[in-house]
Design a protein around this ligand. Structure first.
Ligand SMILES: Nc1ncnc2c1ncn2[C@@H]1O[C@H](COP(=O)(O)OP(=O)(O)OP(=O)(O)O)[C@@H](O)[C@H]1O
Length: 267
């Protein structure tokens, strides 16, 4: 049984807008999946469906075979904007989800020590040791995003949802963060769903890449990525890596040219 499954899922927003239609996908436990596609094709909408924020208008979304929302599922999230609280230290920001997580809040209140240890370990794995008592304004954008990834993982979520978490960073910092993300993933093996416009990022990090068509979004192409892990950054300069990136770009370019009426855009 797949861990996460969408069967013929469509979602129409309250204003009548059909964002996604007839989406089928199935994600194994511990799989790293990327959703790519033209702007507005419904990538974030699918995250909302899987997290239970938006019930599908048609079709079925299940986690472990149970309809989404029928049983609690531990989810971690990180977004483009790290949204750390400026009045809290980095360590306090990372511990924040434990104050509200139904699974952890009581144990955390009674005995915070193991959680603080876990937060320190997470920080060490992404190179943030020594910044536990720093405040947000003392960190670079890349460091803030590292902290946001640690915060997303502190309550040991089964599913980690990443909505363009590296898109506001410069190219070098972004690549550093891919490597930090890979370390976190290999240490914990959560099921990850990454929404991104960066095709190199998708290929570097993922096991499977779903390319969505423009609105209403459908799954237009599924690409497995078989490179063994850990993946070195040098992989991104290899021909077989570039070949997959080109294949995805061609798919998306074709859709964009259908929308704009231009021939060969991005192809
Ligand atoms: N709450 C809402 N009400 C009505 N329409 C919405 C709502 N949220 C999103 N949409 C529309 O649904 C479509 C899909 O949006 P969504 O954010 O899922 O796309 P996306 O692929 O993540 O976009 P992008 O790549 O630009 O971030 C868009 O056209 C958007 O305008």
């Amino acid at each position: 049984m797949p861990f996460i499954e969408l069967r013929d899922v469509s979602l129409r927003y309250d204003n009548g807008y059909l964002a996604v239609e007839g989406v089928n996908l199935s994600i194994e436990e511990g799989e790293f999946v990327a959703l790519v596609g033209p702007s507005g094709c419904g990538k974030s909408t699918l995250l909302r469906v899987i997290s239970g924020l938006r019930p599908p208008s048609a079709g079925q979304a299940t986690v472990r075979g149970q309809p989404v929302g029928s049983t609690p599922v531990n989810i971690g999230m990180a977004f483009q904007n790290p949204t750390l609280m400026p009045w809290r230290t980095v360590l306090q920001n990372i511990l924040l989800p434990l104050e509200v997580s139904p699974k952890h809040k009581q144990r955390y209140r009674q005995n915070p020590k193991p959680y603080v240890e876990a937060a320190r370990e997470l920080m060490a794995s992404v190179g943030l040791s020594g910044f536990e008592n720093a405040h947000v304004w003392e960190l670079s954008g890349g460091m803030q995003q590292r902290a946001s990834l640690c915060r997303a993982l502190i309550h040991q979520p089964e599913i980690l949802m990443l909505d363009e978490p590296f898109s506001a960073l410069d190219a070098f910092t972004r690549e550093e963060l891919w490597q930090a993300m890979q370390v976190l993933y290999l240490n914990r093996r959560p099921t990850v769903i990454l929404v991104t416009h960066d095709l190199r990022e998708a290929v570097y990090l993922s096991d499977t890449i779903y390319t969505m068509s423009s609105r209403p979004g459908r799954i237009a192409h599924v690409r497995r990525v078989e490179f063994p892990r850990p993946r070195a950054l040098e992989l991104t300069y290899q021909d077989d890596f570039a070949h997959i990136v080109r294949e995805l770009r061609k798919q998306i370019g074709g859709m964009r040219s259908q929308i704009t009426g231009l021939k060969g855009v991005g192809a």
